[in-house]
Write a protein that binds this ligand. Structure first.
Ligand code: G3H
Ligand code: 13P
Ligand code: ZN
Length: 307
């Protein structure tokens, strides 16, 4: 059933697990997400970036999610706008039927981020839609980073407390050292778990981890076996995800892992049979691979078995 992101995340916050928020651009990814959720009985958040909306259309994305939610009525699902860059973008998504929106004004000065978030909260709450905001910059942290530099980039705990009180935002993404894409850390993976716990203590709301892909070894190998190049790639290890959930993370955003798993299979089929042009022969195994990857993440995050 299509429900508000707030409903899904408040339950996760109360019970101490995280729900995977998986990015989609097309029908195949969406089917893989629902099939995984069905097989391990997990709630889900399906998210679409502004780029995804430009590619497929908000109406198309909404219709596909609605159709899948009717096919699997027992699965609680929220449709979320990922990294909305303006109040207008959030309003458009709400109008299209999204049940959760992110206003990402984290690059703006604190007061501007706060004002935009407050505005989106007013609008979204009037129609029962949940709101996410972000504080700090998504950047990998290095071992030898100066404390002052770390403070400039990562979430500030006092600001997080003030931000949540003054905006009434439903869930918050605090920057703790992750970054988007396949190249998250130059050296050993490192996240600021102490800062995360402190943010959870002062805000006591669901928290969100962006840039959470793990680039599992077998997925990277499968991609590289087809001639793909992911040299130097590094993701967030599974034990870090477990620790992040213990520290208060309740929504874990994943896009890169799905893209790599999907494309590794497309590349494999293309390499194995250069005469093949039936798109289903590429997409079927690609969906299967994405589904298995998502099921594993649902187990790691603790959302498996929660419906
Ligand atoms: O946060 C970024 C997501 O991976 C979406 O990426 O803007 O390329 O759709 P995109
Ligand atoms: P990854 O690039 O680590 O998959 O992060 C996705 C994300 O944060 C979407 O908002
Ligand atoms: Zn993100």
């Amino acid at each position: 059933m299509l429900v508000s992101g707030k409903e899904i995340l408040e339950k996760a916050h109360k019970e101490g697990y995280a729900v995977g928020a998986f990015n989609i651009n097309n029908m195949e990814m969406l089917q893989a997400i629902f099939e995984a959720a069905n097989e391990v009985s997990s709630p889900i958040i399906v998210e679409a970036s502004e780029g995804a909306i430009k590619y497929a259309g908000a109406d198309m994305l909404y219709s596909m999610v609605k159709t899948m939610s009717e096919r699997y009525p027992h699965i609680p699902v929220a449709l979320h706008l990922d990294h909305g860059t303006s109040v207008e973008s959030c309003v458009k998504a709400i109008r299209a039927g999204f049940t959760s929106v992110m206003i990402d004004a984290s690059h703006d000065p604190f007061e501007e981020n706060l004002a935009k978030t407050k505005k989106v909260v007013e609008i979204a709450h009037a129609v029962g839609v949940g709101v996410e905001a972000e504080l700090g910059r998504l950047m990998g942290i290095e071992d030898n980073i100066e404390v002052s530099e770390r403070d400039a980039v990562l979430v500030n705990v006092d600001e997080a407390e003030e931000f949540v009180k003054r905006t009434g935002v439903d869930y918050l993404a605090p920057a703790i050292g992750t970054s988007h894409g396949a190249f998250k850390f130059k050296g050993e993976p490192k996240l600021d778990f102490e800062r995360l716990q402190a943010v959870k203590r002062v805000t006591d709301i669901p928290l969100v981890l962006h840039g959470a892909s793990s680039i599992p070894e077998e997925v990277r190998k499968a991609f590289e076996a087809t001639g793909g190049d992911l040299k130097g790639s590094k993701g967030v290890p599974f034990d870090f995800l477990v620790e992040a959930v213990k520290g208060g993370i309740n929504k874990v955003n994943t896009d890169t892992d799905l893209r790599i798993a999907f494309m590794a299979e497309v590349r494999r089929v293309a390499n194995e049979d250069p005469t093949q042009f039936d798109l289903r022969k590429f997409f079927k195994p690609a969906m299967q691979s994405v589904k298995e990857l998502i099921k594993k993440r649902m187990e790691v995050l603790g959302s498996a078995g929660k419906i």
